[in-house]
Ligand binder design. Structure first.
Ligand SMILES: [Zn+2]
Length: 588
């Protein structure tokens, strides 16, 4: 229900309307500056009884600058066409407060705001409500004439919508207080990460069981469906999902929407089960907001309703269609148009997001109850159907899992580092490298490579003689979360110790080298040069022995030798560093 004394911020600043202003006020604005925008209008009450005062707050232009100097609001009686004006009683930042006294019933009728004249930045300007497409009406001593689901032409709320509800006290309206409390009530709390905030509302709970029939209770079914839906939606990226209740507790309808607003809801989906005296009634139907007041929410709600209904019908439920339901008791929105009948839909619209009610199946119908509500498996299908409709409407994409990578190379290039190379994973934004000294435990992340195109890493924090195990996984950021692939298979490598300088003995025709065994070495390579710092050539590779006889030598000549150990690696050999150099002269 509307509270008469509540003040509502009605309109957001409309980009499309701003364009209209620029055209309309081009001649009046100071050169080079865009004319100020009508941000919103707060109406104290949508209907009043004489003697009473109406309170109106109008926000114009920038919030932080005190450019707004004086303002006069013009309004008219819609039947007598008589015009009235009210001068601003207070101006605070961008907002002007007006009061209009309606002392006796001679002033009865329906009123509409027509224009606001003001001085902004030293320039006299005027904004016509008609030009902006904003209709703000209220009634004095009479009921607002009901317009069935009227579309307010030319209204669009694609801009920075802001709808806040400020409870007025019985004391004199205090503009400053109302506006200061407004920022915390900014209900269009789009999450900063760009995630869609989806609030699922399992109907009923606590002492309110909802409908009950065929051995089933609505409050239990709705909670299960909502949980299944949440679980499914969490498989998508870019969605943040909240439940208004996660256990068997009672929450008022108002409390549900308030909670949604507090978490910055983008959409509110109320989950219910239908029931009828006629047990033949069956199937699914979805209620969405009417096209009054904030038509874009009606449109969005309808799109969502249609998508969910389609998914439910695909499960075999009878198609009862998507529907709006207007208030039958003359409840109106702040602009005087008929309000939505259902509290959560109405309040969600007032809070600035579309609310829909999904009536999944009939608990009162034996077939629906058995087939669609009678098992967790069936309820899961309903939850998944809801999630699919939501995901489709908002273009949510399933979180794609990343492929596992594979270590293609793991080799020691000398005794001081291990060289790692792995297979590029499509879609990866980086890789995490883990290492351990045992095969299946104590892995620690030693490096995060934050480029999907980098597929190699030199691990210099190794000790010669030790064996290391490595595994790598790809990751990517998706919807504010990090999605990680599984680890690739563990690969190991031994960092070969640097051999000590070989010992050598010579004759006229040969040089005999001897060295100490290196653990993990399968082979040794022998290098020779004629100068200590000259270029060394590999003259031999020997397996499983620790000596080498170099017979291709001349007598009475000095030779320089060094060796290195070779082990098995992944995707290539692993090498130790070169030993120090042994100098030896052959005999004369
Ligand atoms: Zn219900």
């Amino acid at each position: 229900m509307f509270k008469n004394k509540s003040i509502r911020l009605i309109f957001g600043c409309l980009i499309f309307v701003m364009a209209a202003f620029i055209l309309f006020h081009a001649g009046k604005a100071s050169a080079g500056e865009a004319p100020p925008c009508l941000n919103y209008t707060i109406l104290g009450s949508s209907s009043l009884d004489t003697p009473m005062s109406q309170t109106v707050v109008v926000s114009i232009g920038e919030m932080d600058k005190s450019k707004l100097k004086s303002a006069v609001l013009t309004y008219k009686n819609r039947s007598t066409k008589k015009q009235f004006t009210a001068e601003a009683k207070q101006i605070y930042r961008d907002a002007a407060l007006f009061t209009m006294d309606f002392d006796d019933s001679s002033l009865r009728g329906s009123y509409e705001l027509t224009k606001i004249s003001f001085v902004y930045n030293g320039v006299s300007q005027e904004i016509s409500y008609q030009e902006t497409g904003k209709t703000v009406r209220f009634a004095v001593d009479e009921k607002m004439a009901a317009v069935p689901d009227a579309v307010i032409e030319g209204m669009s709320f694609e801009g920075e919508d802001q709808v806040v509800q400020v409870e007025a006290t019985d004391t004199k309206p205090d503009i400053k207080g109302a506006l200061l409390s407004a920022p915390s009530l900014n209900m269009k709390g789009k999450s900063r990460s760009g995630e869609k905030v989806i609030v699922l509302d399992p109907g009923h709970g606590g002492y309110d069981s909802g409908a009950a029939a065929n051995g089933l209770k609505e409050k239990e079914l709705t909670l299960k469906i909502a949980n299944y839906c949440k679980k499914e939606l969490e498989k998508y990226s870019g969605a943040k999902v909240y439940l208004t209740r996660s256990n068997d507790t009672y929450i008022s309808l108002e409390g549900r929407v308030k909670y949604a607003a507090s978490v910055g809801a983008d959409v509110f989906v109320s989950i219910h089960i239908n029931s009828a005296a006629n047990t033949m009634a069956s199937g699914a139907e979805v209620y969405y907001p009417n096209s009054n007041y904030r038509p874009s929410l009606g449109t969005e709600g309808k799109t969502l309703a249609l998508a969910i209904e389609k998914k439910l019908v695909a499960l075999g439920l009878a198609d009862r269609g998507v529907k709006i339901r207007n208030s039958a008791t003359g409840n109106t929105y702040a602009d005087g148009s008929p309000a939505d009948y259902y509290g959560v839909i109405r309040q969600a619209k007032q809070a600035g997001f579309p609310g829909i009610i999904v009536e999944h199946a009939f608990i009162s119908n034996a077939s629906d109850a058995k087939k669609y509500l009678g098992s967790d498996e069936a309820l899961k299908k309903l939850g998944i159907a809801d999630a699919a409709g939501i995901a489709e409407t908002y273009g949510l994409k399933k979180k794609t899992s990343l492929d596992k990578t594979k270590i293609t190379q793991l080799t020691g290039k000398d005794s001081t580092y291990v060289y790692l190379k792995w297979k590029k994973v499509s879609g990866a934004q980086g890789y995490e490298i883990y290492r351990s000294t045992s095969k299946d435990k104590d892995f620690k992340k030693i490096k995060t490579v934050n480029k999907g195109s980098t597929v190699s890493f030199k691990d210099k924090s190794v000790k010669a003689g030790k064996t290391y195990y490595y595994k790598v996984r790809a990751y990517k950021k998706s919807g504010g979360e990090t999605v990680r692939a599984g680890f690739c298979g563990v690969q190991k490598t031994k960092v070969l110790k640097k051999p000590s300088v070989p010992s050598a003995s010579s004759s006229k025709t040969q040089v005999k080298l001897k060295w100490k065994k290196i653990n993990g070495a399968k082979k040794y390579q022998i290098y020779r040069s004629n100068k200590k710092n000259g270029s060394y050539k590999k003259i031999a590779t020997v397996k499983s022995v620790l000596t080498y006889k170099d017979k291709s030598v001349s007598k009475n000549k000095t030779y320089y030798y060094k060796i290195r150990a070779v082990g098995d690696g992944t995707g290539g050999n692993t090498y130790s560093s070169y030993s120090g150099v042994r100098k030896i002269k052959t005999k004369k």
